[in-house]
Design a protein around this ligand. Structure first.
Ligand SMILES: *[C@@H]1O[C@H](CO)[C@@H](O)[C@H](O)[C@H]1NC(C)=O
Ligand SMILES: *[C@@H]1O[C@H](CO)[C@@H](O)[C@H](O)[C@H]1NC(C)=O
Ligand SMILES: *[C@@H]1O[C@H](CO)[C@@H](O)[C@H](O)[C@H]1NC(C)=O
Ligand SMILES: *[C@@H]1O[C@H](CO)[C@@H](O)[C@H](O)[C@H]1NC(C)=O
Ligand SMILES: *[C@@H]1O[C@H](CO)[C@@H](O)[C@H](O)[C@H]1NC(C)=O
Ligand SMILES: [Zn+2]
Length: 281
């Protein structure tokens, strides 16, 4: 491990890598937050948009995994990163109501319908209610199609907040829309759960060294006591953020499919309903 750290240091000193490297093994919580700030992971970036525009629907990874933001597609620099379900009532949408506006000039009619279909799926399976922003609500989301990839903040942040779904690639997989909105609702990625090492192995030797921060766990996670969910729409694919094409995540036991973006996993719905005290239908 010492050797590995040395090699990373050497690589960074040699300028192969121009941003500071976050050493996952050594990083403390505070260091992680400050590195995330240093890496400016919190700002929309058109280079991400370019990568997402080149993403192919045949790809084994998902378009939001191309992001350089915190955990790939989480825009806001969080005070306490890495949890699956974000703690703190501040981040909850009051009464589960999420006012939204779709910036219709950013999307064509088919794309707007796909976004509305994802919202309808939330309505039929959870007690959350997306209501049209009427100009009076203080807190609301603006669903935009900027050229900066697929991303969202986590939970209610206060005031207007953006969910970006760059067309067409962030709209192609239904589960990508569901995934970004689930960040908005209050969830981080499944493999950020504090207990994830019992369920997956992270192959650090295959992780792009500028992307180590995407695989951190933090001591602040709360997963509502539900099982680890390989089928979660919030789980990364097996080769996300790989430097060499080899797997960055192996399941225990190997070969369990991960990274689906078809739609909600059953446990995703359980967690949302527990977070928002929904009565299960
Ligand atoms: C918004 O608030 C204004 C001022 O209180 C009120 O006149 C208006 O009817 C409200 N609009 C909606 C859609 O509730
Ligand atoms: C809208 O964009 C999608 C790609 O997201 C494309 O496949 C579709 O043909 C477009 N539809 C219309 C009505 O322009
Ligand atoms: C998060 O919330 C859960 C459930 O209330 C609690 O058990 C856990 O200790 C909290 N974690 C932190 C860091 O506050
Ligand atoms: C990828 O994994 C294969 C099989 O374990 C191994 O032979 C190969 O060297 C690895 N490639 C890289 C670039 O590490
Ligand atoms: C759910 O219920 C708990 C316990 O009554 C409460 O503390 C929490 O604020 C509720 N959550 C929401 C989102 O209403
Ligand atoms: Zn995500």
């Amino acid at each position: 491990m010492i050797l590995k750290l040395f090699v990373l240091l050497w690589l960074s000193l040699c300028g192969i890598q121009s941003v500071p490297v976050l050493s996952r093994n050594e990083a403390t919580y505070e260091e992680t937050v400050s590195k995330i700030r240093e890496l400016s992971l919190g700002l929309p970036d058109e280079r991400v948009g370019e990568a997402v525009s080149k993403w192919s629907a045949e790809s084994t990874t998902n378009p939001e995994e191309l992001g350089s933001y915190f955990e790939g597609d989480i825009l806001t620099v969080p005070e306490e990163p890495g949890r699956n379900g974000i703690n703190g009532s501040y981040f909850r949408w009051h009464d589960g109501v999420i006012p939204f506006v779709i910036e219709e000039t950013d999307f064509n009619e088919t794309e707007v319908q796909s976004i509305l279909a994802a919202i309808a799926d939330y309505h039929s399976k959870t007690c959350l209610r997306f209501v049209e922003y009427d100009g009076n609500q203080t807190d609301y989301i603006s669903i935009q199609g900027g050229n900066t990839g697929c991303w969202s903040g986590v939970g209610r942040l206060g005031g207007k907040q953006t969910v970006n779904l760059q067309p067409p690639n962030c709209i192609r997989r239904f589960g990508v829309i569901i995934h970004e909105l689930m960040h908005t609702v209050g969830f981080y990625h499944e493999q950020s759960r504090i207990d994830r090492n019992d369920y997956v192995t992270i192959n650090w030797e295959n992780v792009d060294i500028t992307k180590f921060h995407n695989f951190l766990t933090m001591p602040n996670s709360y997963a509502y006591g539900v099982d680890y969910d390989y089928g979660s729409v919030m789980h990364y694919t097996e080769n996300s953020f790989s430097s060499n094409g080899n797997n960055t995540i192996d399941t225990k036991p190997p070969g369990i499919p991960i990274g689906q973006r078809e739609g909600f996993g059953i446990i995703d719905l359980e967690k949302i309903n527990l977070m928002y005290n929904c009565t299960v239908q």
